[in-house]
Design a protein around this ligand. Structure first.
Ligand code: ZN
Length: 89
């Protein structure tokens, strides 16, 4: 399953997925996953995704999004701990 995708069946009954932004064709590949949070910014290389052949917009699977969110949860906790450290000297 892919998050945020609409499934449409073509005339021969095959399920095809299209870009939710421009309706372009999606092709599986790998792309960077960029996370911008308050306090840190993260770029994860080579995340498997469906990539729009028309506008280049990546669509990530639910599993990929889950894993990234798990990473973010850990980072949020550690960043809060960092922020709470007393100043040196
Ligand atoms: Zn598109």
């Amino acid at each position: 399953m892919v998050a945020g995708l609409e499934n449409t069946k073509n005339s021969i009954g095959e399920t095809k997925m299209y870009c939710i932004h421009c309706q372009g064709n999606l092709k599986s590949g790998k792309t960077n996953y960029v996370v911008n949070r308050k306090g840190y910014h993260l770029i994860i290389d080579d995340v498997p995704a469906l990539i729009c052949q028309q506008c280049g917009q990546p669509l990530f699977t639910e599993k990929a999004v889950d894993l990234v969110q798990e990473m973010i949860r850990t980072l949020d906790t550690r960043k809060a701990e960092l922020n709470a450290l007393p100043l040196m000297g």
